[in-house]
Write a protein that binds this ligand. Structure first.
Ligand code: ADP
Ligand code: ASP
Ligand code: MG
Length: 423
């Protein structure tokens, strides 16, 4: 008997029929002799709807109260899923984050899980029940409701799988695995049978929202066997696992696109020690992560500093930067959210040279201007104007030999061909 954690995303619980489908799949796994824990997201579109309600009154809501509102989406789906399992003759018990005690820190809207008291879940499983757990939410030590950041249900599922030492964590979504790039952007995308934790970590941090980055970090740390599958087909999906020799032969395994960043430039920063420390220290104090950073050579004792942050953090960033600019006597602050970050990822880059050059040539061949660059051992990222985002993805996908020979047969959700925003 295996213990399996199954996570179903927004599209997979998007209406009563689909919730029925989730119940059927969970019960089938139980009938096959397994103990089953189900983690669900809010219905697709629901978290966006709740955030809109929050932002209708103010651009800078109280973050504790915002979490109280946006966590409600998952309360609805756990109840409906448990009811659907019951209606199909099974037994299920639903758990909110605070009920199965997913304990987090108090960073509202992007809290990190500290520990999980798995006693209640284990009791339900021992009683022959399917435990249905709300994704995306937790509780801090003071009893406040917290949320784990957009896409956080993936992290709930992997953290529970790690805590329970589950035999597998299956992430069910609206595509049938991890592709070489977003199949909704590039029709030539190819499904990967396997991808290393490290490559998946880079792809996730670079905008491939098929898995939330934190979920991959936890899977890698605790060696959780992680599958990405479709809830609409029986395709075996993609296994996210430890790197092996064969993976290194492939130069680039994937192309990622992130449209959720914004560029901030500070003009006339005094060319003196400690300036960057002051700016980025102040951002860090407000839990704002900075991504690409470019500093121009100083002219007449002044330099320009450019960096990117998540678009959701832009207002907070502007508030913080305004304060620092005053104290360090820097110049104007310029903001541009019409940018996208396109990245290539592959463990093969460790042992092959010339990859970055080929990326720059490909972008230049399409007439795309690069605004900023950053690299790691297994990744190269370029910031470009948003209007070129999809063109860049397709050109790079083709230049690095990733295009499928025939268009992939993708999981049909029966709805969108292409999405822009979801739960
Ligand atoms: P869920 O609601 O099930 O959590 P998400 O919308 O968060 O689903 O993630 C699935 C989406 O991730 C897909 O519909 C696809 O558009 C997108 N995606 C981006 N990059 C990739 C990739 N490399 N492979 C597969 N899907 C990707
Ligand atoms: N419902 C949350 C969101 O839309 C969590 C998730 O879907 O994983 O971000
Ligand atoms: Mg998701």
């Amino acid at each position: 008997m295996a213990l399996i954690v199954q996570k179903y995303g927004g599209t997979s619980v998007g209406d009563p029929d689909r919730i029925g489908n989730v119940a059927r799949r969970a019960l089938a796994a139980q009938k096959a002799g397994h103990q089953v824990v189900v983690v669900v997201s809010a219905m697709s579109g629901e978290t966006n709807r709740l955030l809109k309600l929050v932002n209708a009154r103010t651009e800078r809501p109280n973050e504790r109260e915002q979490d109280v509102v946006v966590a409600t989406g998952e309360q609805v789906t756990i109840g409906l899923t448990a009811i659907a399992i019951g209606a199909q003759g099974g037994q299920a018990r639903s758990f909110m984050g605070h009920q199965c005690r997913i304990v987090t820190d108090s960073t509202f809207s992007k809290a990190r899980i500290k520990h999980i008291d798995s006693g209640g879940i284990l009791e339900a499983l021992a009683d022959g029940q399917i435990a249905v757990i709300a994704g995306f939410q937790g509780v801090d030590e003071q009893g406040n409701i917290t949320t784990l950041g957009r896409g956080g249900s993936d992290t709930t599922a992997v953290a529970i799988a790690a805590a329970l030492k589950a035999d597998a964590c299956e992430i069910y979504t609206d595509v049938d695995g991890v592709y070489t790039t977003d199949p909704n952007v590039c029709p030539a995308a190819r499904k990967l049978d396997r991808v290393s934790y490290e490559e998946m970590l880079e792809l996730a941090s670079l905008g491939a929202k098929v898995l939330q980055i934190r979920s991959v970090e936890i899977a890698m740390k605790y060696q959780v066997p992680l599958w990405v599958k479709s809830s609409f087909t029986d395709d075996p999906g993609t296994l996210v696992c430890q790197e092996d020799k064969a993976m290194e032969d492939i130069l680039v395994s994937g192309v990622a696109l992130d449209r959720n960043e914004a560029k901030v430039s500070i003009r006339d920063v005094p060319d003196a020690p400690g300036m960057a420390a002051k700016i980025f220290g102040a951002l860090d104090e407000r839990a704002i992560s900075v991504d690409l950073i470019v500093q121009n050579p100083a002219v007449k004792g002044k330099t320009d500093l450019t960096f990117t942050v998540a678009r959701a953090d832009l207002l907070k960033t502007q508030d913080v930067v305004k304060g620092v600019v005053k104290t360090i006597k820097a110049g104007a602050i310029e903001v541009d959210d019409d940018v996208a970050k396109v990245s290539i990822v592959g463990v093969g880059m460790r042992t092959h040279s010339g990859v970055a050059a080929r990326m720059f040539q490909t972008l230049s061949g399409e007439g795309i201007n690069i605004l900023a660059i950053s690299t790691s051992e297994i990744r190269v990222s370029c910031l470009i104007p948003t209007r070129y985002a999809e063109l860049a993805v397709r050109a790079l996908h083709s230049a690095f030999g990733l295009d499928a020979k025939v268009a992939p047969a993708r999981a049909s959700t029966g709805s969108k061909a292409r999405k822009t925003s979801k739960a």
